[in-house]
Design a protein around this ligand. Sequence first.
Ligand SMILES: [Mg+2]
Length: 211
Amino acid sequence: MLDLDETLYPRGNGVLERIDSRINAYLRDRIGIPAAEVDAVRRELRDAHGTTLCGLERRHRVDVDEYLAHVHHVDLSDLLAPAPELGALLGRLPLRKVVFTNAPRFHADQVLRLLDVADAFESVLALEDFGYRPKPDPDAYHAVLGRIGAESGRCVFVDDTRRNVVAAHRHGMRAVWITGERRDDPEVHHVIEALDELEELLGVRRDASLE
Ligand SMILES: [Mg+2]
């Protein structure tokens, strides 16, 4: 199972920065938080409630669907283009493939459509599919494994966010951290710089029992 943002496309290409500015605009315009305090408020909500979304819901009674629509209904077509190499790579990986993303379905569908790799995945598990309790919440992993009918020990998990990978490791998955630089990390199984390393990583092992 693969994460979406900054896993299937390169880090810092502007997608998350655009979403980020929409979140800031929401806090400023809809909730009335002064622009100079938005960053600190977001940090505080994240620290106290796990995610900005949970904090907004609990502390500011924000309607989750309205918030997600406001933040994510934004055109990304100038930032993402068809990625035939990625599609070919995914096609060569001899495993079932699912997307497991903390983003809502609208965003996941847009990104996969713009990259032109939607057909490479058996299914897309988005925030709505695990009760808005995002990775690294253990419940999210439980829910996704139940949805795809797989045992954790038969899954490879790939994500660019270390805490999500560490949680997958604890959950019994083969945990792969994609992080643009070579390093050792005892709390994950593999650290890769780019997705194309997956082919060798999985192909060398020829482990047909993995999903
Ligand atoms: Mg990511």
